[in-house]
Design a protein around this ligand. Structure first.
Ligand SMILES: [Cu+2]
Length: 352
């Protein structure tokens, strides 16, 4: 049995605590890289960032038999930085966006405990796309602030699936950050790669325009029109670059696998690695199917996932973008993989 309790009642979960908890076959790993501070006068927990570390995910599964997992997710409403000059009221699973990647194998069973921090203001619940169950378990996991609910499920089919809050205002809650991925590995497992990264796209609807300072406010009217001011990776402007929590890093000659979940709630992503290609990818994260090969730009619908692999023959900066490029140029969406190594002029060089 893999037992996971991710304790964060009232904050206080540190990265070291989390990594300790994530040892030995854990189904769950990763947390926002900052320490959560206690609630302040506005009732919300304040934290520097909700952006999940893209390298903090459980390791590939190497067993050939099913096991049972105990997984705990805590709904946590927090106030955190959107960029260096602005803040936003996020809603999160375990204080991070996207929520922790839950990693299991086809046939595994899970006891999922959903808790809600006592500092929260709203009810929350979880719809898990990897399970047969009414509402994906949304009713079974509905919790008020301070509440706890539990459910059992078996993961019968493989793939990368979204989980997300599914209360009446689900679009707002997902936009504010309440989504993540459950990866159900096929029984044959996944091919070995050098590194894996995990990130999540979503859009924010704010009263204030992009680039505003101070605390920004959610705007229902622009959400109904599906016209966000921010499109983000991991809840942070230019989230996975030096302007956010830092780029991902790899070495020439390695192969990397990217897991991407698109929370939306409304915008599809046209997911593209600038300066590279998806060597193999699985549309919708549907791992039971043969991969597509050498794909430039792969659609990722809201409420769906993507699994793709890249070869890294060249030292370069690879930008991961939604190729609806106004979202990159004007709405804050950007991630970067810095690939270190010797030049390969036979492959590419500027002539001048
Ligand atoms: Cu919610």
């Amino acid at each position: 049995m893999n037992e996971q309790r991710i304790d964060g009642q009232g904050g206080g979960l540190t990265r070291r605590d989390f990594l300790t908890a994530a040892g030995a076959g854990a189904a769950l790993a990763g947390v926002a890289s900052s320490v959560v501070s206690p609630a302040r006068a506005d009732g919300l927990i304040h934290t520097a960032t909700v952006a999940a570390d893209p390298g903090a995910l459980p390791p590939p599964i190497r067993r050939n038999h099913p096991v049972h997992h105990d997984v705990t997710l805590e709904a946590r409403e927090v106030r955190a930085r959107l960029d260096d000059g602005s803040e936003f009221g996020f809603m999160t699973w375990n204080g991070q966006v996207p929520g922790p990647l839950i990693r299991v194998r086809q046939g595994d069973t899970v006891t999922l405990t959903v808790r809600s921090a006592s500092t929260n203001m709203r009810p929350h619940c979880l719809d898990v796309h990897a399970v047969y169950g009414s509402g994906g378990g949304a009713l079974a996991t509905m919790v008020p602030p301070g509440g706890t609910a539990r459910e059992f499920f078996q993961c019968r089919y493989p793939g990368a699936f979204i989980y997300h809050c599914a209360v009446a205002n689900m679009d707002e809650h997902i936009s504010r950050g309440m989504f993540g991925m459950i990866l159900v590995e096929p029984q044959a497992g996944l091919a070995p790669v050098s590194r894996e990264f995990y990130l999540g796209q979503h859009e924010l609807y704010t009263r204030e325009p992009f680039g505003s300072s101070g605390l920004l406010h959610f705007d229902y009217a622009s959400m109904v029109r599906e016209q966000p001011n921010f499109v983000l990776f991991n809840g942070r402007v230019r989230g996975l670059t030096a302007a956010g929590i830092g780029p991902m890093r790899a070495q020439v000659g390695e192969t990397v696998r990217i897991f991407m979940v698109n929370g939306g709630p409304n915008l599809s992503s046209s997911f593209h690695p600038i300066g590279n290609v998806w060597r193999r990818c699985w549309p919708q994260g549907a791992l039971a199917n043969a991969p597509l090969e050498y794909v430039q730009t792969q659609p990722v619908a809201p409420g769906s996932c993507f699994v793709g692999e890249m070869e890294l023959p060249l030292a370069q900066s690879i930008k991961l973008v939604d190729h609806a490029l106004s979202r990159v140029a004007r709405q804050g969406l950007l991630a970067e993989i810095v690939v270190a190594g010797a030049p390969a002029p036979g492959l590419f060089h500027a002539i001048g």
